[in-house]
Ligand binder design. Sequence first.
Ligand SMILES: *Cc1c(COP(=O)(O)O)cnc(C)c1O
Length: 335
Amino acid sequence: MAAKTLNLADIYQAKKRISPIVRTTPLMKSDALSVPSEGDVYLKLEFLQDPGAFKVRGAANKILSLPPSEKERGVITFSTGNHGLCVCWVAQKAGVKAIVCVSERVAKLSPRRVEAMRFLGAEVVIGGDSQDKAGERACELASSKGLTMIHPFDDPHVIAGQGTIGLEILEDLPDVANVLVPLSGGGLVSGIALAMKTANPGIRVIGVSIENAPVMYESVKAGHPVEVEEVDSLAESLLGGIGRDNQYTLRMVKDYVDDIVLVSENDIKNALAFTLKTHHWLLEGAGVAGIAALLNKKTKVEGPTAVVLSGANCEAESVLKIVNPECGDRESEHY
Ligand SMILES: *Cc1c(COP(=O)(O)O)cnc(C)c1O
């Protein structure tokens, strides 16, 4: 089956579809990040979405566009991060049953996540010793129960949903020259880039990935999806692959994204500290990837620049320890 080509009309349709449940977030100038000779910097506060991350947009566009028969049967996913949480949140609002498959490891490490998903009315199925196993389980259940799988990034409705962020930035800052976007599977940057490049091909779209998971960066270089060995990161929402049979985001990133820059764990740590101390926002590591790139001059920006702050789902205590190790235990000193 040939992959559908997305266009700006899909993003406008998404905007209309999701507006009853998804917040339009503020775009706020950051005096601290603005450099008089280079340009002003504006922050897009996507962490203010009710479930704490932008992924609610894609999840809402996907779930709300399902035909009644699919809504009736329910949806399934296997992400334990922001995607899983956002799917549960939207499903509850839409009166659709949701199942999330979670590995035993994650259930043990993040009991609060499991609790939060159950609190939103989702059924959490725990089993398997890895994320891959949880994924296989979800696929089995999807076909045996006729449930619709909600992909975290490689789905046209999901990408169009994330693209609504691009429309909002253009509306608030018509002369925007650059946009910095955290990048993992690429749904977020693909949607935003489609919206903004269609409006003005001169806008520079920069994806920001982590050195610990440069999967899209390596895949674009290779011209096909590559796998990178998984290591931990302070920006755990940016871990994970792009899928061996990637249909949409690799091609869209190649077509629309001007540059992908990589930030280190130390860059993320400094950006978390900066954001907390300067703006008094406690974000998750992935949420500050764009700030990390700016502070560490990973890319040259001239003119008005928008930075997407993508999420804030984290344990406050662990971020405070990372930012200020003296206040934490000795374990966090190596950051
Ligand atoms: C998922 C996520 C990203 C990356 O989005 P992709 O569409 O996978 O590139 C960035 N930040 C946060 C907080 C996320 O949850």
